[in-house]
Design a protein around this ligand. Structure first.
Ligand code: ACO
Length: 435
């Protein structure tokens, strides 16, 4: 729960003597928040905040962002330290449980996840129903949602043990589903998980190996994939996480809630941006074409955006983008890729955008997706899988946020209000009387 009121703000309805004192709540970090819950009862008015830019929909202990300073903390730990010193499975434990594990706790957690990496054999049949050219995010929405049909009857979300197992199942099975979506698209046999490998290495193994020959997972690629997963694991109340919470607030099946999150993530304004960045760089083609492209972005009459730039919360460098940029250079270096024209193009685009008043005045900086696509491309991952990889990572955040919400005794169904701008009350007109 948030801390007790630290003050209040008084709102007075103009032209009347009616006012209300709204308590100001505070968290551990971040600005104060006016508690408007009694506003309607006291003054008969709602608040209007499309896009929820000024609205806290919940209190949460999981992730903190300071958008002005470019700070991101998971459970209080700076993302830079976690990216450097931790790994994805430990981060999953941290996000879900609130504290870093000791060695025995980590081992038990990892075993818990690996025990659930296989899919029910019946799930194979779902893949056959898709067209081979289906976007893998469409397959992810469908197959993750279908898990609800496999784990429904024994799912009492108010039982902590049931929640724990649902979380393990989701974190463990999503990479398998993601890899199989890819294998199905390219017509290769599905590869079963290998529990002797780490989380990221097993994912790469399922994506890249074929039964016809041995496959050794490159430790460089496994480390890079792990880093990408860490950076994408959670990001407080973004569009997809809020979708998971809203769906979950009804008591819906958690597998169905995560499928809803995957759907929300897919959009180019959110997780789909990493794929869109690569498409954009491909369309620009050469540094000589950057000025014309930037002019189009700045043109009010065009709907062209500089993909991978801008963020609802960060009005400074996205700290994940900084780490991603460094990782990008490291990975290309380790893979021995000396010239990556897309990286050169991205760096030039970034340089120009960061010195252009349009972007400076609007505080538009590179976000995490600006560099992640370039790393994934260098790792040999096809563009259509970029957002899928984001979904694999974010499943941990979604599950943690869903769990936190269900465990909150004050949790209620999510139900925003609206300003109604349609027709006022009128009488039905029979069809023979209509003009
Ligand atoms: N390129 C050009 N102009 C932009 C961009 C951009 N990428 N982003 C914002 N702007 C402009 C807007 O047109 C607006 O200009 P105006 O004041 O002249 O009208 C101003 O900056 C403010 O932008 P908003 O749209 O109000 O910002 P909002 O917070 O609603 O949107 C968003 C944030 C959706 C991320 C936006 O910046 C965007 O579309 N970026 C490109 C897509 C992208 O990279 N998404 C990934 C986000 S990170 C993630 O989900 C992992």
């Amino acid at each position: 729960m948030s801390n007790p009121a630290t003050g209040s703000v008084t709102l007075t309805l103009d032209g009347s003597n009616r006012s209300v004192s709204l308590p100001l709540l505070g968290g551990t970090l971040g600005p104060q928040v006016a508690d408007i819950r009694k506003l309607y009862n006291e003054l008969g008015i709602f608040t209007f905040d499309p896009g929820y830019g000024g609205t806290a929909a919940c209190d949460s202990k999981i992730t903190y962002i300071d958008g002005d300073e470019g700070v991101l903390l998971y459970r209080g730990y700076p993302i830079e330290q976690l990216a450097e010193q931790s790994d994805f499975i430990e981060i999953a434990y941290l996000l879900m449980n609130g504290e870093l594990p000791n060695a025995a706790e980590l081992k038990a957690f990892e075993t818990g996840v690996t025990r659930h990496t296989m899919l029910h054999e019946q799930i194979r049949n779902f893949f056959q129903g898709f067209r081979r050219d289906a976007h893998p995010m469409a397959v992810m929405c469908g197959v993750v949602g279908a898990l609800a049909a496999f784990y429904h009857d024994n799912l009492d979300i108010h039982d902590p043990e049931v929640r724990r197992i649902a979380a393990f199942r989701l974190i463990a099975k999503v990479p398998t589903i993601a890899a199989w979506a890819y294998k199905y698209a390219i017509g290769q046999p599905f590869v079963y998980p290998r529990n002797d490998l780490g989380y990221a290495a097993n994912f790469l193994y399922m994506l890249n190996s074929v039964p016809a020959e041995p496959y050794e997972v490159s430790p460089i690629l496994a480390r890079a994939m792990d880093r990408i997963l860490v950076l994408h694991a959670d990001h407080e109340q973004n569009a997809s996480t809020s979708t998971v919470r809203l769906a979950g607030s009804t008591g819906a099946n958690p597998f169905a809630c995560i499928a809803a999150g995957i759907a929300a993530l897919w959009g180019p304004a959110h997780g789909g941006a990493n794929e869109a960045v690569l498409k954009m760089l491909g369309e620009i083609g050469h540094a000589d074409n950057i000025p014309a492209f930037i002019a189009k972005v700045k043109d009010k009459n065009s709907d062209v955006k500089l993909m991978g730039f801008g963020h609802r919360v960060y009005k400074n460098f996205d700290p994940r983008a900084k780490i991603m940029k460094e990782t990008c250079h490291e990975v290309l270096g380790e893979l021995g890729i000396k010239d990556e024209p897309l990286l050169d193009l991205a760096m030039e685009l970034e340089r120009i955008a960061l010195t252009d008043d349009y972007f400076i005045s609007r505080k538009l900086y590179p976000n995490v997706d600006f560099y992640s696509g370039i790393i994934l491309k260098a790792m040999g991952i096809p563009t259509s899988m970029f957002t899928v990889i984001f979904a694999v990572a974010r499943t941990v955040g979604w599950v943690s946020q869903w769990k936190e919400m269900i465990e909150d005794p004050s949790q209620r169904i999510g139900r925003p209000r609206q300003i109604y701008t349609g027709a006022a009350t009128r009488d039905f007109v029979p069809i023979d009387k209509r003009g």
